[in-house]
Write a protein that binds this ligand. Structure first.
Ligand SMILES: Cc1ncc(COP(=O)(O)O)c(C=O)c1O
Length: 268
């Protein structure tokens, strides 16, 4: 799996009894060549090709090709965690691995948590024919279907074209919020970057980002420490900041509070 990568994804693999091999992510996404060198016989590659979680990069075309080729030749599975779906704030989203050649080795996981709301509790999987029955059986036993009314409402929302309109609207809104937050935080964090629906504020290696998060929580903010998304000790430090739940009117306040937390921690 990707290093850094989604901690709950990692934990899910561990709970399934799998051994996780961390594979570095660079500007092109997961480094497939290193992955093959370190774990050629892996059963599964768990990836976020659309927008890497947490760094936000999109898996390049060459890497996509190499990853699909590896899965085909090894009879391995690619688990495509498409947590942001079409919600790409910069440019157009690349098509899913599950939608092209090689899709017979791709298990695609989608969710409406980010595109709509986590409170809906709706997600979906697109699974190759070879394993459909198995997935249906496992879902029936282990994963009760979400409320049918919500499912039907969502289906109608999609069919009537409201979903696409909603996405367009939210993309514009999130883009503005992200830009505003970036402006307010760039003094405290000279190394701040856009990533998906948020920002990553990189800190120096000497900063304890877990402590920083604890201090921010006391002020009602809930960033995630970048270091906890790494398995190896060779991690980067920083804060993963979501902008989706910021209200346009309180961005300045929230960023001001975070700036104060940083200042207090650095002086301490
Ligand atoms: C990378 C990644 N994958 C999966 C999920 C889980 O989404 P869901 O809310 O559908 O469980 C998240 C949620 O934050 C995420 O960040």
């Amino acid at each position: 799996m990707e290093e850094p990568g989604y901690p709950l994804g990692r934990r899910a693999l561990e709970l399934a009894g799998l051994t996780v091999v961390p594979i570095p992510v660079d500007m092109e996404g997961i480094n497939v060549e290193i992955g093959i060198a370190q774990a050629a016989d892996a059963l599964i590659a768990l990836v976020t090709p659309g927008q890497q979680a947490p760094l936000g990069v999109t898996l390049s075309s060459n890497r996509r090709r190499d990853l699909l080729k590896w899965a085909r030749t090894q009879n391995a599975w690619i688990v495509e965690d498409d947590y942001l779906g079409e919600l790409q704030l910069d440019g157009r989203a690349k098509s899913a691995l599950a939608s092209g050649d090689g899709a017979e080795r791709v298990i695609h996981i989608g969710t409406f948590s980010k595109t709509m709301s986590p409170s809906l509790g709706l997600g979906f999987m697109v699974v190759p024919k070879l394993v459909t029955e198995k997935f249906v059986e496992i879902a029936a036993v282990m994963l009760p279907a979400p409320n049918r009314t919500t499912q039907l409402a969502m289906a109608e929302f999609l069919a009537d074209g409201h979903f696409l309109r909603h996405l367009r609207q939210m993309k514009d809104l999130y883009f503005v919020r992200r830009e505003k937050a970036m402006t307010h935080l760039s003094k405290s964090f000279p190394q701040i970057k856009e990533s998906g629906l948020g920002l990553i504020a990189f800190c120096s290696e000497t900063v304890d980002d877990v402590m920083l998060v604890a201090a921010a929580r006391e002020q009602g903010l809930a960033p995630s420490p970048l270091s906890s998304w790494y398995i190896t000790a060779n991690n980067k430090r920083g804060l993963i900041l979501s902008i989706t739940n910021l209200n346009t009117n309180n961005i300045a306040n929230a960023c001001g509070t975070l700036n104060d937390v940083i200042e207090a921690q650095i002086k301490a």
